[in-house]
Design a protein around this ligand. Structure first.
Ligand code: NAD
Length: 359
């Protein structure tokens, strides 16, 4: 029998409408919530999807703003907030990946407008109260319950166009949320259940959807995993892996999801010695793999994902700067983070070597 340690669990209010074709229920969803004028937010590439949603909403659509960009630049957030006010919107529908949903959250933060999210990648932002805003090249993040979407509609049909490479990296980005939730300082048995199942669902779905991007069952399973992994990020504090990726992305402008994909096996290998319960859960999720970090590294290779920071454009001499930055901001981690350990980790991740367990 497993001994259950004392814990605190705070459930986040979340409403999920899940299933292929479920975007058709968005007008009813908005009506049920009592909103009358929705501003649709999306990126330029998703404008056609945004307009289809606006057409379906009819008089309940206030307009479409197809200006979402990576990391939510402040000027785009201000534009969206002003447009929402001019159009008399009483809610936003954010359609797209973490960038579009991040824009919806920025409007919620500035203006208090509720957000409904229609995710089209697997990044998981729709399940979290975490917002981010970028000003003069520097990204601020925070948690605020007002930015948590009031309803999330997961429709795998909208992900059929997501290219294989983006599917894989955003899926592994989601897996990283679950991995760190399993050894988080505020880990709890409920979130750990979600984390284990999220890793299981995503790591089984990704090979299938790389084989056939039109496999709606695999796409649906990947969204199910993304939902669970996103909920893990929303409910627990993240550790070494997320701090490293934040620093690499913010300082060196490395691409978000590919950076998570490269770093995850290395950060996990570093933490495995101090996180036996996480290792056991991940091993169960990964078909009994005894060393989850190595298994995730192999999986990234099988899926054709990037495995080195070098191929993402990082220069080797930047390793020292990142080590200093990460050490300068203390945070909870299951294994002590030391300069030599972190340097070794980043050297292996930079070169694309297999992860090495140990601190
Ligand atoms: P993204 O939203 O930037 O999308 C990546 C690319 O995929 C874009 O070019 C987009 O147009 C395209 N795309 C999206 N859906 C598509 C589809 N169905 N078909 C074809 N193309 C599609 O990337 P992302 O990985 O979803 O999100 C990354 C951003 O989200 C980062 O800024 C990250 O910081 C943020 N994020 C935030 C949280 C949070 O909790 N706040 C969680 C995860 C990620």
């Amino acid at each position: 029998m497993t001994f259950v340690q004392p814990f605190t669990y705070q459930a986040l209010p979340m409403r999920v409408v899940f299933g292929a074709g479920s975007v058709a229920s968005l007008p009813a969803e908005i009506e049920r919530l009592g909103y009358e004028r929705a501003l649709i937010l999306c990126g330029p590439e998703q404008e056609a999807t945004g307009r289809r949603i606006a057409d379906a909403l009819g008089a309940r659509a206030a307009g479409v703003l197809a200006r979402a960009r990576m990391h939510v630049p402040l000027e785009v957030a201000d534009l969206a907030r002003d447009r929402a006010r001019e159009l008399g919107a009483d809610c936003c529908v954010a359609v797209g990946g973490g960038s579009a949903i991040g824009l919806g959250k920025a409007v919620a933060l500035a203006h208090g407008l509720p957000v409904l999210a229609v995710p089209t990648t697997y990044a998981g932002s729709e399940m979290t109260p975490i917002w981010g805003l970028t000003e003069n090249g520097s990204k601020r993040t925070g948690r605020d319950p007002r930015v948590l979407p009031v309803s999330v509609v997961y429709d795998a049909e909208l992900t059929l166009t997501l290219p294989s490479a983006l599917s894989v990296t955003s899926g592994i980005n989601a897996v990283a949320h679950a991995v760190e939730a399993l050894y988080a300082p505020d880990a709890n048995p409920i979130i750990s259940l979600m984390a284990e199942e999220g890793v299981r669902a995503l790591t089984r779905a990704l090979p299938a959807l790389v084989d056939d991007g039109q496999d709606i069952e695999a796409r649906t399973q990947a969204q199910y995993g993304a939902w669970l992994c996103g909920a893990c990020l929303g409910s627990t504090a993240m550790s070494l892996h997320h701090k490293l990726c934040h620093s690499l992305g913010g300082t060196l402008d490395l691409p978000h999801a590919p950076t998570h994909t490269v770093v995850l096996p290395h950060a996990l290998a570093y933490n495995q010695p101090g996180a036996p319960q996480a290792v056991a859960a991940l091993s169960r999720a990964l078909d009994g793999a005894p060393d989850p970090a190595s298994r995730l590294w192999e999986l990234a290779g099988q899926l054709g994902a990037p495995r080195s920071l070098r191929e993402l454009g990082m220069a080797e001499q930047d390793i020292e700067r990142i080590v200093e930055q990460v050490l300068a901001n203390p945070y909870a981690n299951p294994v002590e983070v030391t300069a030599p350990g972190l340097t070794r980790l980043l050297q292996a991740a930079w070169a694309g070597e297999p992860p090495a367990t140990g601190s």
